[in-house]
Design a protein around this ligand. Structure first.
Ligand SMILES: Nc1ncnc2c1ncn2[C@@H]1O[C@H](COP(=O)(O)OP(=O)(O)OP(=O)(O)O)[C@@H](O)[C@H]1O
Length: 624
């Protein structure tokens, strides 16, 4: 027995801008440990943003001084305007240049930091999601998980970027300009401090109503997209039922709903813009009016009034930015919380770690000892009760019983998708819980289900999914064993044929044979066939069954079957009812016994079309 250390059960956290290191354990890249101190680009980005804001505070003051010189020449017409204004203009030009450079610098850095952070978050989240227990996926919708990977990370990244680019800049500008303003004129500043928050309050109220409307608008668009997605994704069903017209109408109705909402939002934004233009212009007029009377009373110079106007505009713009930013930050934080909620989840069954048995000593004997089990999402509904079963090495055991009786659940426990609530499952006498799950799944057990899922890549890659490092020769051998080589080579692109999304360009029988090749390439000691031929027509079934019979030789095989005609050859047939084993024997023994199995056979014969029924019944009569 070789023992691998258990992977740390803790969450996978992203390294902020970090590269990933490959983990041999899982085959998935895992992020390096999170670093405690912020990396250099973050600090530099903040410093540049701060610098740009401080330069912005300086500019109104210099503009005021320039206006003073202009006013002086308008009054006196003496001396050289160019000479007097040269140094100030050069200073301003330099500040403009510096401000542009700093803005360029911090935006580049910010974009770099933000994008890398988003990639790190997505990778770490995806990595952690793939590690979760199957029960986690039972309870969650795929769309919800994908949305955390896309929309939520995007929202979190945007608000992070906004906090630094706008938040830091706006706060610095508000603080700096308020100091400048109070130095220019205390009375005007007090007036501004009363008027601005009042206007901001009204603006914030209107803004939150608009945001609510915008959310409703997005939800309506998402609804319309959902309808289109469903119709396009299930186009075959839509075509088969000639429901194109109805789907068009459904989509049209949702689109109409989103148009109404979007127009309402447009009207709201227009009103907001119109009112805020009036408010800002009134503020300018008010400042000019009060400031002008101060200038007339020689309490303020014309240049100072100009500085005040520019600086007060900067304060108003910055405060407006901050109020928008607030809503964005709240949304970003809740998106971040949703992302981190899944990133800090730890699976109950680790992906890898534990013992593995050397291949030469592996016999493939499986035993369920008094296993009881309920699905975690339905804990009060027992699926298996005191269930005991032995799969002898190299033998075929068939599991039959009523639909919903728990047959697939037995296979899921064997794959260790779940752990039993009570009792033990063993492989060659070793409790499955002590064995390395990734070794068990990738090297011991081959699973072939009723509806095989293929990936939208080449046939070669799909078969190699069973053994990542398999050579081309191994792939060909597995395909031959699965009766698939012939049809694959008949395609113009052969093994490089792209199978389409979920294998849509292949027939059911072809998909199933690729799934068999994919399972066989790992040379599993134990094979689970869960209703593997039930979705096929009789000709495909014959070809697939032939491949399965060949694959079953010398392996421990668990066949789960509805159609009892497919399990007659099994070394042992186990009949399940109410989560327990109620009969065990060969086909003949069970027929002789006249219990549940013979009842199932009788019922199936009645349901089966005449020729097959005759065959089943004929077989039954000849044996009994
Ligand atoms: N992921 C799940 N979460 C909760 N309950 C489940 C889950 N999968 C199956 N069940 C329930 O467990 C019971 C056994 O299901 P299972 O799929 O094992 O039956 P089965 O014998 O394989 O049925 P069939 O022959 O129809 O495929 C059923 O009542 C089913 O509703």
């Amino acid at each position: 027995v070789t023992v691998k250390p258990l992977l740390p059960a803790g969450p996978v956290l992203p390294h902020h801008a970090g590269a990933l290191v490959s983990s041999r354990d899982s085959g998935w890249p895992r992020p390096r440990q999170a670093v405690a101190t912020p990396p250099l680009p973050d600090i530099l980005g903040c410093q540049l943003a701060l610098g740009a804001a401080l330069v912005n505070v300086q500019i109104p003051l210099l503009l005021g001084q320039l206006v003073e010189i202009v006013a002086k020449y308008t009054r006196d017409h003496a001396g050289s305007f160019l000479t007097e204004s040269r140094s100030l203009s050069t200073h301003l030009l330099l500040l403009y240049g510096l401000q542009g450079l700093l803005t360029f610098g911090y935006l580049v850095l910010l974009s770099r930091i933000g994008e890398r952070m988003a990639v790190d978050l997505r990778r770490a989240l995806f990595c952690n999601l793939l590690r979760q227990d199957i029960e986690f996926f039972d309870a969650k919708k795929t769309g919800q998980l994908v949305s955390r990977l896309t929309t939520d990370v995007q929202e979190f990244k945007s608000s992070f970027k906004l906090v630094i680019s706008q938040g830091l800049r706006s706060c610095t500008q508000v603080a700096g300009c308020l100091v400048s303003l109070s130095m220019l004129s205390t009375r005007l500043t007090l007036l501004l401090m009363v008027a601005t928050p009042a206007l901001m309050g009204v603006g914030t109220l209107m803004g939150s109503a608009l945001r609510k409307l915008s959310r409703q608008c997005q939800e309506q668009v998402a609804k319309a997209t959902g309808v289109a997605d469903e119709a396009l994704g299930n186009v075959r069903t839509v075509r088969a039922f000639a429901m194109e017209q109805r789907e068009e109408e459904r989509y049209g109705a949702e689109l109409e709903g989103s148009r109404c909402k979007a127009e309402e939002l447009g009207r709201g934004i227009a009103l907001f813009q119109g009112l805020s233009n009036i408010a800002f212009n009134c503020m300018v007029l008010g400042t000019l009016f009060v400031g002008g009377s101060l200038v007339a009373g020689q309490q303020l110079t014309g240049g100072d009034l100009m500085s005040f106007l520019v600086a007060s505009q900067t304060v108003q713009r910055s405060m407006a930015n901050l109020s928008i930013l607030f809503g964005q930050v709240v949304r970003g934080l809740s998106a971040g919380a949703r992302v981190f909620e899944y990133m800090t989840l730890s699976p109950g069954i680790p992906l890898s770690g534990g013992c593995s048995l050397p291949r030469e000593h592996l016999r493939g004997s499986i035993t369920f000892h008094n296993v009881s089990f309920s699905y975690p999402c339905r804990p009060s509904f027992p699926v298996l009760r005191d269930f005991s079963l032995t799969l002898p090495p190299g033998k075929i055991v068939a599991l039959v019983g009523q639909s919903g009786g728990g047959k697939t659940t037995v296979a899921s426990l064997l794959e260790r998708f779940y752990d039993p609530t009570a009792g033990v499952v063993t492989l060659d006498g070793q409790d499955l819980r002590t064995l390395d799950p990734s070794w068990l799944r990738s090297q011991v057990i081959g699973f072939i289900s009723q509806e095989p899922v293929l990936f939208g890549t080449t046939i070669m890659e799909n078969i190699r999914f069973g053994k990542v490092d398999a050579s081309d020769e191994e792939v060909y051998a597995a395909a031959r064993e699965a009766n698939a080589h012939e049809f694959i080579t008949s395609f113009p692109e052969g093994y490089n044929t792209i199978v389409g999304e979920r294998g849509a360009t292949l027939s059911g029988g072809q998909k199933q044979r690729l799934a068999i090749a994919r399972a066989l390439i790992k040379q599993p000691a134990v094979l689970i066939l869960d209703e593997a031929t039930s979705a096929l027509d009789s000709e495909s079934e014959r070809v697939v069954q032939e491949a399965l019979d060949r694959a079953s030789a010398g392996r421990t095989v668990l066949v789960i079957a509805h159609r009892l005609s497919t399990v007659r050859a099994a070394h042992r047939i186990v009949v399940m009812a109410h989560g327990r084993v109620c009969e065990v024997g060969t086909h003949e023994e069970l027929l002789k016994k006249g219990g549940l199995y013979s009842e199932l056979i009788r019922r199936q014969a009645l349901d089966t079309p005449p020729p097959e029924a005759a065959q089943v019944l004929g077989h039954r009569h000849s044996k009994s």
